[in-house]
Design a protein around this ligand. Structure first.
Ligand SMILES: [Zn+2]
Length: 332
């Protein structure tokens, strides 16, 4: 398993596949994760469409952040990318081609654990190419009402999440970890998605969450004190662990590793996307670096090159916007 600050790029040793249902469509989906060459990044292919084009898993391709993160390009779209992207990032996969025969990544058990199981079955293959890393040099903060997300310089990839719910079950939860494969697998990957039972019923009434069952969603009881799932929670604080999982999966759409400490309070997919755009809009606060081969100590010692605002030259890695857009909420 590769650490986020391992200088090499990694792909899979062999293709692996699974079958599940889409959370919102309720349709059966076959998913195959295949090895891919250096600098490929993560690409999604729709085998059910005649057009063989792919979508790059990149923040520029996000077309919807309600309920789940959806990426799209012309007629091709893929939704609910976040748990699979989190598994790929957490396990240390830089390059993979994902093939689907429907518009939605299967929800599996509502966590990233089934995807980790697949990736373990394949194993990682070290590649010749070196990773590009987005190193944060100054604090960037995005604020949306009482939801805030910021990143500060840090010698590693650290994530802190916090949620505050007005109930007696979740209440206030906070979770922080240095992201590496071991910790991601043990502490984060098994945390499932959740919702209030009446929200699930409302989604059903609107033709959404059709694949949602107690096998893939934690349903919070009307009384706000317990859950409907008979087997209970996997962790006492499973809710915030799942929010951290979502955050890692969305941030993977930057297209490269982050060297920084991301702190998110009360955020969801919409704020995660706005935050990534805020990062792109402030190139004075980061630099793209390539890690030195066989580096073993501080990441700061591993820097061999630095690229600032290199734009299309570095695709599929982080691609800044050409001009800042109005983001009055972004503060330093
Ligand atoms: Zn989720």
């Amino acid at each position: 398993m590769a650490s986020p600050v391992d200088p090499h790029q990694y792909t899979l040793k062999k293709a692996v596949n699974c079958c599940g249902v889409g959370l919102h469509s309720g349709r059966t989906v076959n998913l195959t994760i295949k090895p891919a060459p250096v600098n490929n990044g993560i690409r999604f292919f729709r085998s059910d469409l005649i057009d063989g084009k792919h979508i790059q898993a990149h923040m520029d391709k996000v077309i919807d952040t309600r309920l789940a993160t959806t990426i799209g390009d012309n007629k091709i779209k893929v939704s609910t990318t976040e748990h699979l992207m989190a598994a790929l990032c957490g396990f240390g996969v830089d390059n993979a081609n994902i093939e689907l025969d429907a518009a939605e990544v299967p929800i599996m058990d509502g966590s990233a654990a089934p995807f980790i199981h697949l990736l373990k079955k394949s194993g990682l293959k070290k590649q010749d190419g070196l990773r590009k890393v987005l190193r944060i040099t100054k604090k960037i903060t995005y604020t949306d009402g009482d939801k805030t997300i910021s990143v500060t310089p840090y010698d590693g990839f650290k994530v802190t999440g916090e949620i505050v719910f007005d109930d007696t079950l979740i209440k206030s939860q906070k979770y922080s970890l240095n992201v590496n494969a071991d910790r991601f697998i043990k502490e984060i990957s098994r945390a499932r998605t959740f919702g209030y039972v009446e929200q699930v019923e409302e989604l059903w009434a609107n033709g959404l969450a059709l694949g949602g069952t107690l096998d893939n969603v934690i349903a919070i009881h009307w009384n706000r004190k317990s859950i409907l799932n008979e087997d209970g929670l996997r962790f006492d604080d499973e809710f915030i662990r799942h929010k951290v999982l979502d955050l890692i999966g969305d941030l993977a759409l930057l297209g490269c590793q982050i060297l920084g400490h991301v702190t998110a309070r009360k955020t969801g997919h919409t704020q995660h996307l706005a935050f990534m755009k805020a990062i792109a809009d402030f190139p004075d606060c980061w630099e793209l670096i390539e890690l030195k081969q066989n580096g073993t100590h501080s990441v700061l010692d591993q820097v061999v090159s630095s690229t600032r605002a290199a734009g299309d030259m570095i695709m599929p890695f982080f691609k800044p916007q050409p001009q800042p857009v109005a983001l009055p909420e972004a503060v330093f």
